[in-house]
Structures are given as C-alpha cells and as structure tokens.
Write a protein that binds this ligand. Structure first.
Ligand SMILES: [Zn+2]
Length: 136
C-alpha cells in the first residue's frame, strides 16, 4: 500500500491493490499511444477536480466503472463513455478503460464476464492516478 496525495488540495489517498510500479508501467505504455496520449483535462475539468477533491472524484470513478464497465453484458459497449464532460470520462479514454473492447485489447480483460471487485479497484486506481498527474 502506498500513500500519496494531491499536491494542490492536499488530500491523501491510497493506491490499494495496484502498486505504483504497475500504474507507472501502464501509464508509460499509454503515453506511447498517440491516441491515448492525446487526451488531457481542460482548465474547467482541472478546477472541478480541485473543487470536489480527489476522494469525491474517486467515488465517481467507482460508480462509473461499476455501472458502465463491470456488468457481463453491456448493450452499448464502445459508446458508454462520453468523450467530454466529467474528468473521469477523459481519464477512461486516456487509460483505455473506456469500454470492454479497450480493456480486452490493452489489459487482456475477458469480455462477457462481470469484472471482479479487484479488477474494478485496479481500474479505478489507474483512472485516479492519471487524473492526479493531470492536476498536479
Ligand atoms: Zn473503448
């Protein structure tokens, strides 16, 4: 378990389950993709993160991942994550955690099977780590 925190809002949170090295490796790989690395938070989205605090953003990410990504069957898979709006949506595209197709392609997560709580937690940790980099 590692403790980290936003250097601006100062809220500490822990990267449980997925260690920083693994997040580091994932972010490093994503940074080599022209498409994935083209996503960034705009000024309004950065402000939103600081206003809400990273703990609140994390609960949003948990909710989005649980309801839009975790089910075994997702009728609109590939179109469930908007390209604008909530910072978590942007991070999902940047981290290839936007749909089950991308999760399968990038992380070999099998489609047609509900995500486990551990998988959900790992995805949320990656999404939050990306956002933290964008806002610091
Ligand atoms: Zn996708």
């Amino acid at each position: 378990m590692n403790l980290s925190g936003c250097t601006v809002c100062g809220i500490a949170f822990c990267y449980e389950v997925l260690n920083l090295q693994t997040i580091e490796q994932a972010l490093n790989k994503l940074s080599k993709s022209n498409f994935r690395s083209s996503f960034h938070l705009n000024a309004e989205q950065v402000r939103y993160v600081h206003e809400k605090g990273i703990d609140k953003i994390r609960t949003h990410a948990e909710d989005f991942v649980h309801t839009r990504l975790a089910p075994s069957s997702i009728p609109n898979d590939g179109r469930q994550t908007p390209m604008k709006g909530h910072p978590v949506f942007i991070s999902q595209h940047a981290c290839a955690c936007c749909c089950r197709g991308c999760l399968n392609k990038w992380y070999k997560v099998p489609k047609g099977i509900a995500l486990t709580p551990v998988q959900e937690a790992k995805i949320v940790n990656l999404i939050i780590a990306w956002i933290e980099r964008e806002v610091t």
